[in-house]
Design a protein around this ligand. Structure first.
Ligand SMILES: C[S@@+](CC[C@H](N)C(=O)[O-])C[C@H]1O[C@@H](n2cnc3c(N)ncnc32)[C@H](O)[C@@H]1O
Length: 416
């Protein structure tokens, strides 16, 4: 029989025949299991409430994805779960099949729009258009229920453009419509050298997508940059206030949260902070199957910056909670490795409640898991659980002040 090479060639050129790893790349473990999930978990109660109203009225859901790129927002939203229904997770999605009436994505980049069409083009109720969301004519479109601008998209705009855009969306939307607005945080530790106290000025950075290359490649490549705005809580509130005045409507801020505190992509590059530690790499490794992580490398050594007392205070608090949890897991593993010769380490009372809860959870889990013989329990059960526990810690301790890679607002329109 002749060797049938073409089937293999076809598979290779499809791009789907490669080894997939969650350690690097756009869709690394932190993106899929931390960032996307944090977005879903914060959004869940608001989306669920809105969907219940729509289901009662027999209406479908309409989504406008601003700066949709290759359409990743679709997957993010379609995998938001309902609150605890007791159903298995695959039948527990909030946007049930058939509930999505229409999804429209708009992006300035023709290559990304082509990619979005290639991925999602077969869905009859999805459309992707090339265009500028600041110039978007919404008149011909029915109101949307969800206006979604994710992953720093609004940092492409000036504050004035953002206020105008939010006002336009507020006028176009209906009562109960949600707007998700996402900026880069002004005080992310990733870019500590760029922090400034002058809030009267918009703060812009030259953002390089250097993290998709290896350290070696980064040294030799000439990379172009994007100009992106860095925002604080006060600046976001001012933008919303200005949009409210322009639209003469009621835009309610439901949540403002920091996403990716200390695990943003530029923690690994150190491009904008010589003190940054590669924590994203290490959290990626926590989630990665069959790989054991050097847990000591997860311990943070925050270097404060003079003149930023409130931000330094937040990071000092966050660091002590984070390190307490990581340190406790290291101690627990040491206890079991030593065949339980030593007493099980105690949870000290002085830690914040969120850390103590996470520690107690990890203690229960490790006590049960260490008896299991199912493969590498440390790499495949204990470490991913530590990843989820750290994610939970971020969600509980963040203050929505611009200390994460992302600063995200959930807004709701009140029109009646
Ligand atoms: C940070 S990316 C986010 C992409 C995507 N939403 C995701 O979740 O991965 C920002 C996107 O906004 C697009 N963009 C920036 N300014 C825009 C504008 N004025 N109008 C339309 N798209 C814009 C960029 O081309 C880019 O695809």
């Amino acid at each position: 029989m002749t060797y049938q090479r073409s089937a293999y060639d076809e598979a290779i050129t499809s791009g789907q025949y490669q080894k997939v790893t969650g350690l690097i790349g756009k869709y690394d473990n932190v993106r899929r299991l931390w960032e996307d999930e944090v977005m879903r978990l914060f959004l869940q109660p608001y989306l669920e409430r809105m969907l219940d109203r729509k289901i009662q009225r027999g209406e479908g859901l309409r989504i406008l994805d601003l700066g949709c790129g290759s359409g990743d927002g679709y997957e993010l939203l379609m995998e938001v779960k309902r609150g605890d229904t007791g159903l298995p997770s695959h039948v527990n999605v909030a946007i049930e099949p058939g509930l999505l009436e229409f999804y429209k994505g708009i992006d300035l980049n023709p290559g990304l729009i082509a990619q979005a069409k290639a991925i999602h083009g077969q869905h009859p109720n999805m459309a992707f258009v090339e265009g500028d969301f600041n110039e978007l004519d919404l008149e011909p479109d029915e109101p949307y229920d969800l206006y979604f601008a994710s992953y720093g998209t609004l940092s492409h705009n000036s504050h004035e453009q953002n206020a105008r855009l939010l006002a336009k969306l507020a006028q176009h939307g209906r009562n109960g419509s949600l707007i998700i607005a996402d900026w880069l945080g002004r005080y992310s530790y990733e870019w500590q050298t760029l922090w400034s106290n002058d809030l009267s000025r918009e703060q812009w950075m030259d953002y390089v997508i250097s993290y998709i290359y290896s350290e070696e490649e980064r040294k030799h490549r000439e990379l172009s940059s994007l100009t992106l705005a860095l925002l604080s809580r006060r600046q976001v509130l001012a933008i919303i206030e200005s949009a409210r005045k322009q639209s003469r409507g009621n835009i309610r801020l439901r949540r403002l949260f920091d996403r990716s505190v200390l695990v943003g992509r530029h923690m690994d590059t150190g491009d904008y902070n010589p003190h940054a530690q590669p924590l994203r790499q290490r959290v990626n490794s926590l989630f990665e199957p069959n790989i054991r992580t050097d847990l000591e490398g997860l311990l943070l050594n925050y270097v404060p910056k003079d003149g930023f007392p409130a931000v330094n205070e937040f990071y000092a608090f966050f660091q002590s909670s984070w390190n307490a949890l990581v340190g406790y897991v290291i101690a627990l593993l040491g206890h079991y490795d030593a065949a339980r010769a030593s007493p099980q380490p105690e949870i000290e009372r002085h830690h914040p409640r969120a850390s103590r809860m996470a520690m107690a959870e990890m203690r229960r889990l490790i006590a049960a898991a260490h008896r299991s013989k199912m493969g590498d329990v440390r790499a495949n059960t204990i470490e991913p659980s530590l990843g989820y526990a750290l994610r939970e810690l971020e969600m509980r301790l963040q203050r929505g002040i611009g200390c994460g890679h992302g600063l995200v607002a959930i807004l709701e329109l009140e029109k009646e």
